[in-house]
Design a protein around this ligand. Structure first.
Ligand code: DGP
Length: 116
C-alpha cells in the first residue's frame, strides 16, 4: 500500500530497528515502547487488520507464518523464560492507529494480571 507507514518500513523507505525478518514477516522495535521489550510483528503483505486477515486464505497463510516465527522472535528478544504478552488492536475502537495488521510483543517487566 502506497501510503501505509508499515509498508514503507517493509520497503525500507522509513527506518526501523529490525529484530527479525524472513520472507513473510518483519519484526521491529515500537517507536513508543511501553515496556523494556516492545516490538511489532507484522506480515510483509498489507492487510488492514486482523479480521481481514483471518477471513482470507492469503491472510491465514500470513498468520501461520507469523506464528511459526514467534518462538524464534521470542528467543531473540530474550523473553523465552520471562514470558510475554501478545496484543493485537483490531479496528479503531480497539485502539488500532496503524491500519496494517501488527502484533505488539511486550515484556521484560511485570505486566500485571489485567488486560486493560
Ligand atoms: P496500534 O495503536 O495498535 O495501531 O499501534 C501502533 C504502534 O505503532 C504504536 O505503538 C506506535 C507504533 N508506530 C507508529 N508509527 C511508527 C513508526 O514509524 N515506526 C515504528 N517503529 N513504530 C511506529
Amino acid at each position: 500500500m502506497e501510503n501505509c507507514i508499515f509498508c514503507k518500513i517493509v520497503r525500507g523507505e522509513i527506518p526501523s530497528t529490525k529484530i527479525y525478518e524472513d520472507d513473510n514477516v518483519l519484526v521491529f522495535k515500537d517507536l513508543h515502547p511501553v515496556s523494556p521489550v516492545h516490538v511489532l510483528i507484522i506480515p510483509k503483505v498489507h492487510f488492514d487488520n486482523l479480521h481481514m486477515m483471518s477471513t482470507s486464505c492469503e491472510g491465514l497463510e500470513a498468520l501461520n507464518a507469523i506464528f511459526q516465527a514467534l518462538p524464534e522472535i521470542v528467543r531473540l528478544v530474550g523473553l523465552e523464560e520471562k514470558g510475554f504478552r501478545l496484543i493485537n488492536n483490531c479496528g479503531v475502537s480497539a485502539g488500532q492507529s496503524v491500519m496494517h495488521t501488527h502484533f505488539h510483543l511486550i515484556g521484560g517487566r511485570s505486566l500485571g494480571t489485567k488486560i486493560v
